[in-house]
Design a protein around this ligand. Structure first.
Ligand SMILES: Cc1cc2nc3c(=O)[nH]c(=O)nc-3n(C[C@H](O)[C@H](O)[C@H](O)COP(=O)(O)O)c2cc1C
Length: 322
């Protein structure tokens, strides 16, 4: 890496996307750190097979952070203990920013931002049972008129949290709108732990802008990496050919099929898919949309993709392009 490009880029946790196969594609192209999809702490404690599928690390070349949600410090600590003993993760990250109703209605995700004391208690409880680094992924504030990042930072630091990742948009802004870089810079200037900046990075230039304007220690890439693991290959910043996209897509989906085959053979919901291949292809449709978005000839194939169930059908779609 040249000095100018010498900064850390992490793949953001994204439910439905950042499984072991996709993480591997990003790591191979130089993502410095990855996170699992969000998993329920209670699901871990209750030994839910679905939860453990989400935690599968078969393809990871470097151990990801386990990204967990919940709000009960005891349950979070029990989950952290199990994750630590698995020896498959390099850290534990607590979801304190997800605005989805199914998560917040139970008091999890971004709901924790209303009670920094609970964030503190969760970290403290995890720290008592785990030697792994404990981090928090949160947002810059609840709303534009309630930017409570200082209280959250205090809670994380006081409890011994090792780093904080901050999506520089408020809960009320969802995943859209300009990130609040001035507030992120203010947070970084008072933080005693590393700060990872996130939100709205869609080019190497915007990653550099965030680092320059805020001084964050690393940046985290979300939507811009979907269907585009090459985003992390900043040394080779270039147009990706259709041929490369097709190869990556097939490599990614073959890993997905094996993931399901390896892990889920016994418990795979048969009513939903009859084979590992079918299950993997169905789950992978969302990735196909991301990989092929903007490709010439893609538009009329969209409807077909929403129905495909086999690798052969994926290949047929790809053959119709370019
Ligand atoms: C499809 C999708 C799923 C996401 N899932 C999670 C999640 O499980 N946990 C989380 O903390 N953030 C989640 N996020 C938020 C991202 O991690 C990231 O903070 C957000 O997209 C802002 O970064 P970006 O502007 O680079 O996309 C998700 C975002 C997307 C688009």
């Amino acid at each position: 890496m040249t000095a100018d490009n010498n900064f850390l880029m992490f793949l953001a946790p994204m439910a439905g996307y950042t499984n072991s196969s996709f993480r591997r594609c990003c790591s191979d192209l130089s993502a410095d750190l990855t996170y699992t999809e969000m998993v329920s702490a209670r699901g871990i404690v209750n030994n839910s097979s679905h939860t453990f599928q989400l935690l599968d690390t078969t393809w990871d070349s470097t151990p990801p952070f386990a990204h967990i949600y919940g709000n009960n410090p005891d349950v979070m600590a029990q989950a952290a203990d199990i994750l630590t003993k698995m020896e498959k993760f390099s850290g534990i990250d607590i979801n304190c920013g997800c605005p989805a109703r199914k998560v917040t209605s139970k008091g999890y995700g971004s709901k924790l931002m209303y009670t920094p004391q609970v964030i503190h208690d969760i970290i403290k409880a995890i720290k008592q049972v785990s030697t792994l680094p404990v981090t928090v992924k949160t947002r810059i504030g609840i709303s534009e008129s309630n930017l409570n990042y200082k209280e959250i930072l205090d809670a994380v630091q006081m409890a011994g949290g090792n780093a904080i990742a901050v999506h520089a948009r408020t809960i009320s802004k969802g995943h859209k709108g300009e990130p609040r870089l001035d507030d992120l810079a203010e947070l970084k200037s008072i933080a005693k732990i590393p700060v990872i900046g996130n939100g709205g990075i869609n080019s190497v230039q915007s990653a550099k802008k965030m680092i320059k304007n805020t001084g964050v220690d690393a940046v985290m890439i979300g939507q811009a990496a979907l269907g585009n693991p090459w985003f992390f290959d900043i040394e080779n910043n270039r147009e990706i050919s259709l041929h490369e996209k097709k190869d990556m897509l097939i490599k990614n989906i073959k890993m997905d099929i094996q993931l399901i085959d390896n892990f889920y053979k016994e418990t795979f919901p048969k009513k939903w898919a009859s084979t590992a291949e079918e299950g993997a292809v169905i789950q992978f449709r969302a990735h196909i949309f991301r990989y092929l978005k903007g490709t010439r000839g893609w538009h009329p194939l969209k409807l077909e993709v929403s129905k495909i169930k086999t690798l052969e059908e994926v290949q047929n779609i790809l053959n119709q392009l370019g």
